[in-house]
Design a protein around this ligand. Structure first.
Ligand code: GLU
Length: 509
């Protein structure tokens, strides 16, 4: 590594909600910066005005905040290399495009979108694909072909133009990718003359990305595999600008694959199989469509980050649980794999369960309280804590606390039919009515003493425990579930316990 301070950037385009793969890119950038005592920067790449989606930038920033991946520089965060939103840097790109035209690395092209479309269609009819480049550019409407004065006239007359990169002919471009090793591209075979500067006065992704990485002193470009084909153009742009000495190193991260089948993980997989692919809930501003988010689905950010870290990176040991600090110490690009990593939604839940179980009863109670309030339930903190302590072991998510423990707060409205037909006999009403009477006389309403009074009475009567306990549980919770019956009685309170028995007697008969 050179002696420059490590500076990496996460450079999303605000074209919609951030995919979990994007969060992983941010995470790996963040970890790399931390590991090397460097800077993690957020840059918003919003030069494509047609694809701009309102709210997407805010969504990106909120997602990073939720995960604790806080940039040191970025929009609204300050920093010495701003602005960090490319649309606000608009004015500065033109001179770089001009510089390339002057040095012969780029040229003006006046072909209208309709003309290009016609060429494209014509090629298609012949079973070919049109590409603006080495084999076609000399016949087209550009400054390579037109006389200089004509070019100037067109520009002076305000004719629309783009600036294209002049891809050198038959050049082997080799670059070392920190994950993939040496990668070679042949310019004639695989590269066309990409537009660098558009007729709307905006740079394209390629120009803005390279210029900004240079101006922002970025040392490492860590991004998704889908950008690998752009690497040779970017490498050539560094050459064309004469910036090779400070060219960043590149690392292209492997894809995150579907849980089953081929291809990369998409929103559709999530919809089909019932898991989120976005960090936060997203409402499409145009259609109103809602996409679920990890946060709203009840995942802890620690769990989300942990599962993302292991999609593509491995520590080389058996360890599976890592917090952000540990990851920051252990992370290295050498341990990022080349091949795609399959996402496993079950494993995601398993991670959440781990972090859920790690939380104290106190913390979980605080998280459970709003769930209760939403249902219109106000309960004393002490009771919430006691309930959480009893049932947390069976839960993976905060919402499970409600599924597993709602009966502590609301009386059952119905009774599990199977249990009724199996356990509710002719003798039951008389028996549990008698138990209600015993409960009436328990002075110290604690599980221990309730149990004592109950057992003494049962021994006296010679009734079988199973014959009483099951219908009693059914009366209190509506089914065959829950922890120790006497603990349930204690937490419900004496009055409620007896009232539930009476309701069951009325309803079941
Ligand atoms: N704006 C690109 C994106 O949306 C950034 C790619 C890069 O990191 O160079 O992913």
């Amino acid at each position: 590594m050179s002696d420059r301070k490590v500076r990496v950037r996460f450079a999303p385009s605000p074209t919609g909600p951030l995919h979990m793969g994007g969060v992983r890119t941010a995470l790996f950038n963040y970890l790399f910066a931390k590991k090397h005592g460097g800077d993690f920067i957020l840059r918003i790449e919003d030069t494509d005005q047609n694809r701009f989606v309102p709210g997407a930038e805010e969504y990106i920033i909120e997602s990073l905040n939720w995960c604790g991946l806080t940039p040191v520089e970025g929009p609204g965060m300050g920093g010495n290399y701003g602005p960090y939103r490319q649309s606000e840097r608009k004015e500065l790109y033109k001179k770089y495009a001009d510089q390339l035209v002057e040095s012969g690395w780029a040229y003006y092209a006046f072909d209208t979108p309709q003309e290009i479309e016609t060429l494209r269609n014509a090629a298609e009819l012949k079973g070919e694909t049109f590409s603006y480049g080495i084999s076609t550019r000399n016949d087209l409407n550009n400054s390579l072909r037109l006389p200089e004065n004509e070019v100037q006239q067109k520009i002076d007359a305000g004719e629309a133009f783009v600036i294209r990169f002049k891809m050198p002919e038959d050049l082997e471009v080799t670059e070392e990718d920190l994950i993939r090793g040496s990668v070679t591209f042949n310019t004639t075979k695989s590269l066309d003359d990409k537009v660098l500067f558009k007729s709307d006065g905006m740079p394209t992704y390629h120009l803005a990305n390279v210029v900004d990485d240079h101006l922002m002193k970025i040392t490492h470009v860590i991004r998704g595999e889908e950008w690998l084909p752009s690497m040779p153009l970017h490498v050539l742009l560094y050459r064309a600008f004469g910036w090779e000495d400070t060219k960043p190193r590149f690392a292209h991260l492997p894809l995150i694959l579907k849980p089953v089948g081929k291809g990369k993980l998409s929103k559709r997989d999530g919809d089909k199989m019932g898991f989120p692919v976005f960090p936060l809930l997203w409402t499409d501003p145009e259609t109103g469509d809602i996409s679920r988010g990890y946060r709203e689905d009840g995942y802890f950010p620690e769990a989300f980050l942990n599962l993302l870290a292991l999609l593509g990176w491995n520590p080389g040991t058996e360890q599976e649980f890592f917090n952000l600090d540990e990851l920051s110490k252990l992370f290295s690009l050498e341990r990022v794999v080349k091949s795609g990593s399959r996402f496993d939604p079950e494993k995601a839940k398993w991670f959440n369960k781990h972090y859920f179980q790690q939380k104290s009863t106190e913390e979980l109670s605080k998280l459970f309280k709003p769930v209760l309030s939403e249902k219109g339930i106000e309960a004393p903190d002490e009771k919430i804590r006691a309930v959480v302590a009893e049932i947390k072991e069976r839960c993976e998510f905060v919402n499970d606390l409600w599924e597993q423990g709602s009966y502590f707060f609301v009386a059952p409205e119905s009774y599990d039919e199977k249990t009724v037909s199996k356990r509710w006999t002719q003798e039951t009403p008389g028996q549990i009515n008698a138990i209600a009477g015993v409960f009436e006389n328990v002075k110290n309403w604690k599980a221990e003493s309730i149990k004592e009074a109950f057992s003494a009475f049962m021994n006296e009567k010679g009734w079988g425990f199973g014959a009483i306990m099951n219908p009693l549980r059914l009366s209190l919770v509506g089914g065959n579930l829950g922890p120790d019956l006497f603990v349930i009685c204690e937490l419900l309170g004496k009055e409620e316990t007896i009232s539930r028995i009476q309701t069951a007697l009325q309803k079941i008969g």
